[in-house]
Write a protein that binds this ligand. Structure first.
Ligand code: FE2
Ligand code: FE2
Length: 291
């Protein structure tokens, strides 16, 4: 079983200012001035063609496909991703895909445009979805909600964990946008992290996944199974951002053998060659980080 995990695609966009309101105006200006240059379209195109050339069973995208949840961003993102949107794809939303209240009401734009790739809904009260791909269960959570400007916290109601355990009896891969753990020195600010992640990490222990896939913090790492969380945690954000001194970006190819053992490869974009190249893993012990 081979899984490609990409995240935080933040596809480059140009939006007319008159089409934006409230938080989106500041968010979009901030994006245009500070972040757009870091997400060249050339890199996006190379990522898609690299995925098409790789052999894999499942493609997981762990959120932040858009920047300010403008409907045109969802339409464009779906078009860009169309070569790899098929029965192998499993997506969840990130905080940028739930950027403002209008992205959820009157209808949820993420579900409207990507509904075919989110799996079946398992709960009548919460976002809890499952997709079976090549005999492996993938569970999707939504840790996001529209928040005031400069806030990007996540939150997972503990009821979602209870329902996950009730509905999912065999091994599963859990996909959620926010990290449960950060390496020391890369701790998230109080306005950026999943606010109840210590409780989530503790609750998962009674029926843990074999793998937790996330994004949100734009640099890659893999946490090995530890005492607190006996499973791998993989961060593949951002797969479309140019690397710099503070962000080592790329994606992971994860292989699960017939004994349930995982192995990993990481690919990083080389700007001068316009290609993704296999690169050393950032493979960390649980003790070298914080929940
Ligand atoms: Fe992101
Ligand atoms: Fe995010």
């Amino acid at each position: 079983m081979k899984i490609i995990h990409i995240s935080d695609l933040h596809f480059p966009t140009h939006l007319p200012l008159f089409s934006l309101r409230g938080k989106s105006v500041i968010g979009y200006l901030n994006y245009s001035l500070r972040r757009r240059k870091k997400y060249p379209m050339k890199l996006v195109e190379t990522l898609i063609s690299t995925i098409q050339d790789l052999e894999y069973d499942a493609l997981v995208i762990s959120g932040d496909i858009t920047n300010v949840s403008h409907e045109s961003e969802f339409i464009r993102a779906k078009k860009i991703l169309s070569p790899v949107l098929n029965e192998k794809a499993f997506l969840i939303p990130g905080n940028h895909d739930r950027y403002k209240k209008e992205s959820l009401k009157p209808e949820s734009l993420f579900e409207k445009h990507f509904g075919d790739y989110l799996g079946e809904s398992l709960s009548s009260s919460y976002y809890l979805r499952r997709k079976e791909i090549a005999g492996q269960s993938f569970i999707g959570w939504d840790s996001n909600q529209p928040l005031p400007i400069a806030k990007a916290n996540g939150y997972v109601p503990l009821e979602v964990i209870g329902e996950t355990f009730e509905k999912q009896k065999k091994d599963y891969v859990l996909v959620c946008h926010h990290p449960l753990w950060n390496p020391k020195g890369q701790e998230e600010s109080s306005g950026h992290k999943m606010s109840n992640r210590a409780d989530v990490a503790k609750s998962l222990n009674s029926q843990p996944p074999s793998l937790y896939l996330h994004g949100h913090t734009h640099t890659n790492w893999i946490k090995k199974p530890g005492n607190l969380m006996p499973f791998y945690i993989v961060n593949s954000a951002s797969s479309t951002r140019l690397s710099d001194s503070g962000h080592e970006c790329g994606f992971h190819l994860i292989e699960k053998d017939n004994n349930g053992q995982y192995s990993f490869k990481r690919y990083i974009y080389l700007k001068n060659k316009n290609e993704f190249k296999e690169s050393p893993l950032v493979f960390l012990d649980e003790e070298n980080g914080v929940v």
